[in-house]
Design a binder for this molecule. Structure first.
Ligand SMILES: Cc1cc2nc3c(=O)[nH]c(=O)nc-3n(C[C@H](O)[C@H](O)[C@H](O)COP(=O)(O)OP(=O)(O)OC[C@H]3O[C@@H](n4cnc5c(N)ncnc54)[C@H](O)[C@@H]3O)c2cc1C
Length: 614
């Protein structure tokens, strides 16, 4: 008798299904209720929305705020900024759409109780930098989650969504999703005409700098497991800019953020010998990327590039000069508070390593790469743009709808729109939900039909790793080594090694080339074959198994995109050793991919970049 015999299936019907209750998911749930007063709005979250997602631990700054009420910045300014930082390639229509709406979302946060620091003289929000405002944000996520909880018909916590369901009456139309409760093991079938994927970014697809007992410590949240990409990829949604993985310069070992240090405390960096080094690499960088090095502010990837080159030249480590700023008691307080409100681990690391930044300049390092759509990077799904602003080629349906009917996205899920951060992700969730409600209303009484055979089959597939373990566990040869199954952790380590060594991770100084990528794809293919033999001893491990499945698919997408773009557009994020220069003639474009589930093939194409803002 198999494991499925006694397993309960729970059916949930809704009009709008939001997958992931992080910043974008909470924004989507809140806004869906505003436009769809009488609709059934369901949010499903694999953790608990109270403290889930990348903002779980809190933040010290909201990084995307225009300040239009005080005439600080206009949306066009933000488009120029993001375009510059991403070396020319952003979806300006989507970025503009977020920028024009983001301030009102921040005002909502304040109304709901988020303490935003104010300038005592002007009463305006205290700026950390041109786009950032400072908050006491330890409770940022619970505050935002409360609004979503009150708006939702129901929030389903502790359910990991594994697959989307497609309509059996109309091709290329979504009909819902399936998943399992990570506590009870119940199988869930969610039926919905409109689905908004807001499942965050991807950590742990590359080998992290912290391994062994420290592997839970990554910069991006360790539970960001690429579902945002795998779910749409599997049903054939087009993805864009998946090669644009991000590498962060952060404090060593704790991945503590540096923004407040640079912007507010006015600290700066130096090499091991106390020398300024960035200017040494000006000519070298100009040779690679031309005039992009002269843009202000200097694009994030190029600042990484100078650090990497300086270290390769043997003059590392790079240090942040904190000793001067920390003599000022106000700045010292800000420096520590910055970590306590957002990355407590960094303060603990410094304490454990006898680093008091008042007396010791702490080391910086570059992180392993992450895949996400909301930071200084823009990987994600290819989405339709706003009706009043997007060029016709970027408009095939409703705002933020992917290339699959009824399937929407926001936050890290949507590609081409860098620098949205927490507030912009929330705002984008609101934008997507407004469009999704319109989509549902336009459908009238018509509803997509889920295919019973499809979800019954998925039920078997989803729990198969437990079945594999149940059957194979008696064959264990030593410890956790089994000839008949692969544990999720072992699969994860294998994935991270492939991505690290072949697709430009830390051990190769982020450098790859066509032969390496070709071999990487072969090895990923072999790993995929073995994933049928994943073994999960309990529900927790079953979640790990599905997180791994999602990470592997996203990694495959990253690898295909990296292979397709034959240039080095973002030195400091990654290098194509066989195409070391930026090539605006052939590659001033977006890369798009589409996965065919039946054949396992990926189709790649280019899409034009339209510069709408001058
Ligand atoms: C270390 C760090 C520092 C940051 N600093 C700042 C900052 O200072 N200021 C700022 O404004 N922004 C900052 N950000 C960025 C900000 O956190 C993100 O832009 C934002 O959280 C992205 O929103 P999202 O909804 O796309 O993803 P998330 O907020 O991560 O939400 C994704 C949600 O989906 C859920 N989920 C994932 N997979 C599934 C699944 N299969 N089924 C069901 N649920 C699922 C997750 O549990 C999670 O709740 C920072 C992020 C990090 C990690």
């Amino acid at each position: 008798m198999g494991l499925l015999s006694g397993r309960k299936t729970v059916y949930v019907d809704s009009d709008v299904l939001v997958i992931g209750g992080g910043m974008a998911g909470c924004g989507a749930t809140y806004e869906a209720r505003y436009w769809g007063r009488d609709l059934n709005i369901v949010c499903v979250e694999k953790a608990n929305i109270e403290r889930s997602g990348a903002v779980a631990q809190g933040l010290y700054a909201i990084n995307c705020y225009m300040g239009m009420q005080w005439d600080e910045n206009q949306p066009e300014d933000h488009v120029r900024y993001a375009r510059n930082d991403l070396m020319g390639l952003v979806r300006e229509d989507l970025g503009y759409d977020i920028a024009r709406h983001v301030d009102s979302s921040v005002h909502k946060f304040e109304e709901w109780g988020l303490p935003i620091m104010k300038d005592p003289e002007t009463g305006q929000y205290m700026r950390e930098g041109k786009w950032q405002i400072m908050i006491h944000g330890e409770s940022y996520k619970p505050i935002v989650a409360e609004a979503a909880r009150k708006a939702a018909s129901k929030v389903y916590n502790r359910i990991m969504v594994t697959h989307l369901l497609m309509d059996k009456t109309k091709a290329n139309r979504v009909a819902g999703a399936v998943g399992f409760n990570v506590r009870t093991g119940d199988f869930y079938v969610f039926r919905a005409p409109a689905v908004i994927v807001a499942a965050g970014g991807a950590s742990h697809i590359y080998k992290p700098r912290s391994v062994g007992e420290g592997m839970g410590r990554t910069w991006y949240a360790p539970w960001s497991s690429a579902s945002a990409y795998a779910l749409p990829i599997l049903v054939g949604a087009k993805m864009t800019q998946m090669e644009n993985r991000i590498v962060l310069t952060r404090f060593k070992d704790g991945y503590g953020p540096v923004g407040a240090y640079f912007l507010h405390l006015k600290t700066y960096t130096e090499n091991a010998y106390g020398d300024e080094y960035e200017s040494n690499w000006y000519e070298n960088t100009k040779e690679l990327v031309g005039d992009y090095i002269d843009r202000q502010p200097v694009p994030t990837c190029l600042r990484n590039h100078a650090i990497l080159e300086e270290i390769k030249a043997g003059r590392g480590p790079i240090r942040m000069v904190t000793k001067e700023a920390f003599q000022d008691p106000h700045k010292e307080t800000i420096g520590w508070e910055n970590f306590l409100g957002m990355t407590i681990g960094q303060a603990v690391v410094w304490a454990s390593q006898n680093i008091d930044p008042k007396h010791t300049n702490p080391e910086l390092t570059t992180s392993e790469p992450y895949v996400m759509g909301s930071h200084a990077t823009c990987s994600g799904a290819w989405a339709s743009g706003p009706e009043d602003y997007a060029p016709s080629e970027y408009q095939w349906g409703y705002n933020r709808m992917m290339t699959v009917d009824g399937l929407f996205g926001a936050g890290d899920t949507i590609g081409g729109t860098a620098h949205k951060f927490s507030s912009g992700s929330f705002a984008e969730g609101r934008i997507a939900a407004k469009a999704a409600v319109k989509y549902v209303k336009d459908l009238g009484k018509e509803r997509p039909q889920v295919n019973e055979a499809e979800y019954e089959n998925l039920k078997k597939v989803v729990f198969q790793p437990m079945e594999n373990y149940e059957v194979g566990r008696n064959e264990i040869v030593a410890g956790t080594v089994s000839p008949s199954y692969l544990l999720p952790l072992h699969g994860l380590q294998r994935l991270e090694k492939i991505m690290d060594e072949y697709v430009g991770g830390i051990s190769s100084h982020y450098t790859t080339n066509e032969p390496l990528l070709t071999r990487g794809l072969e090895l990923l293919g072999m790993l995929k074959e073995d994933l049928d033999h994943l073994g999960a001893e309990d529900l927790h491990q079953l979640q790990r198994a599905w997180e791994l499945q999602h990470r592997v698919l996203a990694s495959e997408s990253v690898t295909h995109h990296t292979m397709f773009r034959k240039e080095t557009r973002w030195p400091g994020y990654y290098y194509r050793g066989d195409h070391m220069k930026l090539d605006d003639k052939d590659w001033h474009c977006f890369t798009l991919s589409q996965y065919d589930r039946e054949s396992g093939e990926w189709a790649m194409e280019k899409a034009p970049v339209y510069h709408i803002v001058d």
